[in-house]
Ligand binder design. Structure first.
Ligand SMILES: Nc1ncnc2c1ncn2[C@@H]1O[C@H](COP(=O)(O)OP(=O)(O)OP(=O)(O)O)[C@@H](O)[C@H]1O
Length: 229
C-alpha cells in the first residue's frame, strides 16, 4: 500500500499541490483526472522529489520513503514515467530496457509481445523514436522497474487507441499480482473501463475519490470535474 499524506508542493514559493492525501493499495489501478493545470503532474513529481515539497510524507507498506529522485526510489521498486517519457535518447532501446530491468523481478507481462517495436528496433537509439514510440519504451521501462509501484503521467499520450487499451490491460494484469498503479489520464474512458478508482483534482486539491463501479452508474462527479471544473 502506497500512502501519501499531507502533500503540499509546488515550484519556488508557489504552492500548486495543497494538502493531498492519497492511498493506493497493492493490486489497485488508480487514475488521477482533472483539467489542464490542476496540479496532477506536480502531485506525481512531488512523490519523486522532482519539485519543491513544503510538507508531506510517503510510505510504502508502512515504511517511510524519502521523497527522492526516480533513480533513488527505483531501488525500492517504485517506477515513474514522466510526461516527457524519461527515456535515455543517446542509448539504444535495448540499453534503455536493460537499465530499467530489476535483477530479481520479471513482470507478469511480456513487454515485447505488448510493444513488438521494442524488439524489432532494439538496436536503434531511443532518441530517434517518435513520441508514441517513446511512450511505448517509457511504459515498458516502467513495467520492468515497478515491482511495487508504477506511476505514469499522461498515460495514453501519443498511443493509438488499440495500443493504449492493450497497455492498460497489461497494467491491470500487473496490478493483479500486487503492484500499485497510479496513472494520470486526460479522458475518463480508459479509467472507467480498467481502473479500480478515479481521483479528481481541482486547483491542487483532491475533490473526489470514487470507486469506478459507482462512477459507471453515476458519472456526474466526472462530468463536473472535466467540463465545469
Ligand atoms: N516548473 C514549473 N515552474 C513553475 N510553475 C509550474 C511548473 N510546472 C508547472 N507549473 C504550474 O503548476 C500548475 C499545475 O501544473 P501541472 O502540470 O501540475 O498540472 P496538470 O494538472 O498536470 O496539467 P496538464 O494536464 O496541463 O499537464 C500550472 O499552473 C503550471 O503552470
Amino acid at each position: 500500500m502506497l500512502k501519501l499524506e499531507n502533500m503540499t508542493a509546488g515550484y519556488g514559493k508557489t504552492r500548486i499541490v495543497d494538502d493531498v492525501d492519497l492511498e493506493i493499495p497493492a493490486g489497485e489501478v488508480v487514475a488521477l483526472l482533472g483539467r489542464n493545470g490542476m496540479g496532477k503532474t506536480t502531485l506525481l513529481r512531488s512523490m519523486f522529489g522532482l519539485c519543491d515539497v513544503f510538507a508531506g510524507r510517503l510510505t510504502m507498506d508502512g515504511t517511510p520513503l524519502p521523497l527522492e529522485r526516480p533513480e533513488r526510489l527505483a531501488q525500492h521498486g517504485l517506477s515513474f514515467m514522466p510526461d516527457h517519457r524519461g527515456v535515455f535518447p543517446s542509448l539504444s532501446i535495448e540499453e534503455n530496457l536493460r537499465l530499467a530491468q530489476r535483477r530479481s523481478y520479471t513482470p507478469p507481462v511480456d513487454v515485447f509481445a505488448l510493444f513488438p517495436l521494442l524488439r524489432d528496433r532494439s538496436r536503434q537509439l531511443a532518441g530517434v523514436l517518435s513520441g508514441g514510440q517513446k511512450q511505448q519504451l517509457g511504459l515498458a521501462r516502467a513495467m520492468l522497474a515497478g515491482e511495487r509501484l508504477i506511476v505514469v503521467d499522461e498515460f495514453s499520450q501519443g498511443l493509438q487507441p488499440s495500443l493504449a487499451k492493450a497497455a492498460l490491460e497489461a497494467l491491470r494484469r500487473i496490478a493483479d499480482t500486487g503492484v500499485s498503479v497510479l496513472l494520470v489520464e486526460q479522458g475518463p474512458q480508459l479509467p472507467l473501463a480498467y481502473a479500480d478508482r478515479i481521483i479528481g483534482m481541482v486547483k491542487g486539491r483532491v475533490v473526489f475519490d470514487e470507486e469506478v463501479p459507482r462512477l459507471r452508474v453515476n458519472p456526474e462527479p466526472l462530468t463536473n470535474l472535466l467540463v465545469v471544473g
